[in-house]
Design a protein around this ligand. Sequence first.
Ligand code: G4P
Ligand code: MG
Length: 175
Amino acid sequence: MEEVEKHYFTYNDIHRTVKKLATEIQSSGFIPDVIVAIGTGGFIPARILKTFISRPILTVGLSYYDENNQPKAAPEKIQWIDEVETKLKDKKILLVDEVDDSRVTLEYCLKELLSHKPSEMVVAVLHNKKKEKRGVIPEGVAGYFAGEILEDEWICYPWDAVDIDEQELAASKQR
Ligand code: G4P
Ligand code: MG
């Protein structure tokens, strides 16, 4: 069986990448009113980002893969924003997720958020995988930031680690 290349990251790696993203976003002049995190992978990056860009965090849950790990026809909302009209209309939104992979979930989420007429919409991801994307960043998105561009490998995030010491070891061996 073909081995899938894996790329391991530590919490410190993630923190540094978020800090770099925050600096780039701030240098662009964009100051969000609200951060929207896509769960669950976007939760921890969004919380770290709040240390540098202190704004309220709203969360959304979307699922694109079924119980057999096969993509569904389209992503489904499993959790959304209460009183969404007042929270998003005419607001500057910074959407945060951990990885831009197929881009299908990102496209779906960006379109849903744009339908509430924010004044500005910017997206930030920790990692963008270099590959052919099935989704597109919709028109109306004013900015796109990726902390790092990676090959199309499987990324192992520290929050998925069952043994965090093994995770650190695997990450340090890759350096
Ligand atoms: P995209 O629009 O952001 O590109 O996402 P896409 O629909 O292609 O895939 C979404 C799911 O696949 C997300 O998780 C995402 O975290 C996960 N994913 C894609 N590539 C990787 C990877 O290299 N490593 C890891 N760990 N996950 C990856 P989800 O199932 O929707 O939810 P959750 O895991 O964030 O809770
Ligand atoms: Mg995930």
